[in-house]
Design a protein around this ligand. Structure first.
Ligand code: PGA
Length: 254
């Protein structure tokens, strides 16, 4: 079952109007594989979503970096899924580790957000991943399974979910997971989906890797059979993001 390579760019809390316009221009000019080969989604801060969406070439799409857990209303400072839909924003990133850690978003809360966003018609990049302490204590698989289960318990379809495996120790640290480490967790996550959701969901759901992905390491990571793309932070603000998109053409190892 072919899973289309997916490359997300998470711009986090970065940029000015001038800077985001420059990034978009670089993206629009980049020579990249066609949209049948790779799906590209960039995620600027909320406030720049409309300008980025209006300037980006139609092959590329945008994602919000978060949205509220339920219908909008008296929730100061939040942005609802309905508002994103109203603006024609197709995607949202949920469960990023920076929010899980700094804002205490629990597995259950993230699961609720994923379910609500899907119910409103958004597509979701759902992030999971272990801390260094959890990896060193041997609980990586248990942690990512619990994070995935909290989503699985609340959704009825996985059609509009991309799972991003992002080990916390690899995010923004320059310490990328080795291709073998990434492949191992992606394969285990796929087995978890097979056993706990369905064989079809396991074979069709894209599991992308995030954490210090760069132009230099993306090809080797992309060669792994269970690595279906990337969620890129720092490097998504730079011209090397084009090289990362090109990793969609790397042949998979058997
Ligand atoms: P990084 O961030 O590529 O800067 O490590 C990845 C992410 O947080 O999505």
């Amino acid at each position: 079952m072919a899973r289309k390579f997916f490359v997300g760019g998470n711009w986090k809390c970065n940029g000015t109007t001038e800077e985001v316009k420059k990034i978009v221009a670089t993206l629009n000019d980049g020579q990249v594989p066609s949209a049948d080969i790779v799906e590209v989604v960039v995620s600027p801060p909320y406030i720049f979503l409309p300008v980025v969406q209006s300037l980006l070439k139609p092959d590329f799409h945008v994602a919000a970096q978060n949205c509220w857990v339920k219908k909008g209303g008296a929730f100061t400072g939040e942005v609802s899924a309905e508002m994103l839909v109203n603006l024609g924003i197709p995607w949202v990133i949920l469960g990023h580790s920076e929010r899980r850690a700094l804002l205490n978003e629990s597995n259950e809360f993230v699961g609720d957000k994923v379910a609500y966003a899907l119910s409103q018609g958004l597509k979701v990049i759902a992030c999971v991943g272990e801390t260094l302490e959890q990896r060193e204590s041997g609980s990586t698989l248990e942690v990512v399974a619990a994070q995935t289960k909290a989503i699985a318990d609340r959704v009825t379809s996985w059609e509009n979910i991309v799972v991003a495996y992002e080990p916390v120790w690899a995010i923004g640290t320059g310490k990328v997971a080795s291709p073998a480490q990434a492949q191992e967790v992606h394969n285990e996550l796929r087995k978890w989906l097979h056993a706990n959701v369905s064989p079809d969901v396991a074979s069709t759901t894209r599991i992308i890797y995030g954490g210090s992905v760069s132009g230099a390491n993306c090809k080797e990571l992309a060669g792994n059979p269970d690595v279906d793309g990337f969620l890129v932070g720092g490097a998504s603000l730079k011209p090397e993001f084009i090289d990362i998109i090109k990793a969609a053409e790397v042949e998979k190892k058997a």
